[in-house]
Design a protein around this ligand. Structure first.
Ligand code: UGA
Length: 404
């Protein structure tokens, strides 16, 4: 099939590469000239493991307008508006730019329930949500755990079946509004699960046990399952916070109570400060203390700092009067640009009075124990606490109150 994908972001580029690997003729329609030129030189505008290499082995063109496609995908951004709702202006722009084309047009961007029907309902169209995780996007796109097809008519449904039917996973055929709701409900449930695990982790820490041991026991219940039970300093990224806010805004428009979504967002707002409390407990007054944040990306294997918990952590430490320095293997530049924070190299960060580990970068676990600052708050439990303690460091692990 000839496929035109609008939007050279993380979802658009990943989908383009994988559809091309499946033998389709793919082009990426991107309005930003700098992005297009970078793609033509083989440079992706963001970091995603393996994607630049995979892109290089395709012949996808970055173009300004579609050339006679048989199927269109819309993968443009839907950022949060001021009231938390999703800003749909980029989707509307693609809808009007393609109004004269007769082929099916499918939205992959995360949009509120009702959007596809309202914007594209008179055309052959559909909603086909993505469930890609940053850092594992190629793997998730090549081998999805499910495909959701919410088509408005037979032509769109058939095109999507043709694209996905070779995959060995369940395909859910539904209407666009259900497909849109599946995406929001998935992210909201995952976000609330993390908020719950974090709250339980805080209790574990207080009662002297390790949340990982507790979650191992909990996750063996088949109704719960073992995944996504990692307590830490909260969730970030471009999806969970935005999508929970958007679904909550939509629920409120329908006069629905949002107790669970409110609690999820509130727990996530409060969680980074637990690391500051822990540090104060060991170190005392933080005025003038030189504290290094290790990990600025919202999770490992990405340079993305959107909604990273490093941002509220940095703010909370400053409010305590600490001198805050920040280090990340990949996201120093982004973080300093977005926040104005003082970013430093690894050596300088290790020379601080105290460290708070915010992102579970595997390379942090490889730093020899003696090189760490005297006090370490391991917000993701990714370091070997015993070795650190043997090297004379004071260590507190978020969610782990088990005896040292
Ligand atoms: C998330 C979903 O997992 C994807 O299925 C979805 O497609 C994507 O949003 C999206 O809507 O586009 P992503 O934001 O890339 O993917 O990252 P996750 O791996 O889900 O992590 C989100 C946040 O939760 C991170 O800050 C991570 O550190 C945190 N997290 C995750 C935990 O604190 N504990 C866990 O057990 C898992």
């Amino acid at each position: 099939m000839r496929i035109s994908i609008f939007g050279a972001g993380f979802v658009g580029v990943t989908s383009a590469v994988v559809f091309s690997e499946w033998g389709h003729e793919v082009e990426l329609v991107e309005v930003d000239a700098a992005r297009r030129e970078a793609l033509e030189r083989g440079n992706l505008p963001f970091y995603e493991p393996g994607l630049e290499e995979a892109w290089a082995s395709t012949n996808i063109q970055a173009v300004t307008a579609p050339n006679d496609p048989e199927l269109i995908f819309v993968c443009v951004g839907t950022p949060s508006a001021d009231d938390g709702s999703a800003d749909l202006s980029a989707i509307e722009a693609v809808a009007s730019a393609t109004a004269r084309l007769r082929c099916p047009i499918i939205i992959k961007s995360t949009v509120p329930p009702g959007t596809t029907q309202a914007i594209l309902g008179t055309r052959p169209s559909g909603m086909n949500p993505e469930f890609l995780r940053e850092g594992a996007a190629l793997q998730d796109a090549r081998k999805p755990d499910r495909v959701v097809i919410g088509a408005t008519n037979g032509e769109a449904r058939e095109a999507l079946h043709q694209l996905y039917s070779h995959l060995d996973c369940p395909i859910i055929d539904t209407d666009p509004t259900t497909a849109e709701m599946i995406k929001y409900a998935s992210n909201t449930m995952l976000a609330s699960r993390i908020a719950m695990v974090n709250e339980l982790g805080n209790v574990c820490q207080s009662v002297g046990v390790n949340v990982d041991a507790v979650m191992q026991g909990v996750g063996l219940d088949w109704r719960i399952g073992p995944h996504f039970l990692q307590a830490g300093l909260g969730f970030g990224g471009s999806c969970f916070p935005k999508d929970v806010h958007a679904l909550r805004a939509l629920a409120r428009q329908h006069a629905q109570d949002t107790t669970m979504m409110d609690a999820t967002l509130r727990q996530n707002d409060l969680q980074p400060a637990t690391a500051v409390d822990a540090l104060r407990e060991v170190h005392g007054d933080l005025t003038g203390a030189r504290v290094a944040i290790f990990g600025l990306a919202f999770k490992a294997d990405t340079s993305d700092i959107r909604e990273s918990r490093a941002i509220p952590l940095w703010q909370a430490l400053q409010a305590e009067g600490a001198e805050v320095i920040c280090y990340d293997p990949m996201a120093n530049e982004e973080f300093s640009r977005a926040t104005g924070a003082q970013v430093v190299d690894l050596e300088t960060a290790l020379a601080a009075d105290a460290a708070i580990v915010q992102t579970a970068w595997p390379e942090f676990a490889r730093i020899p124990a003696e090189r760490w600052p005297a006090t370490v708050i391991d917000g993701r439990r990714c370091l070997d606490a015993q070795t650190l303690r043997m090297a004379g460091k004071k260590v507190i692990r978020t969610g782990d109150g088990s005896p040292a």
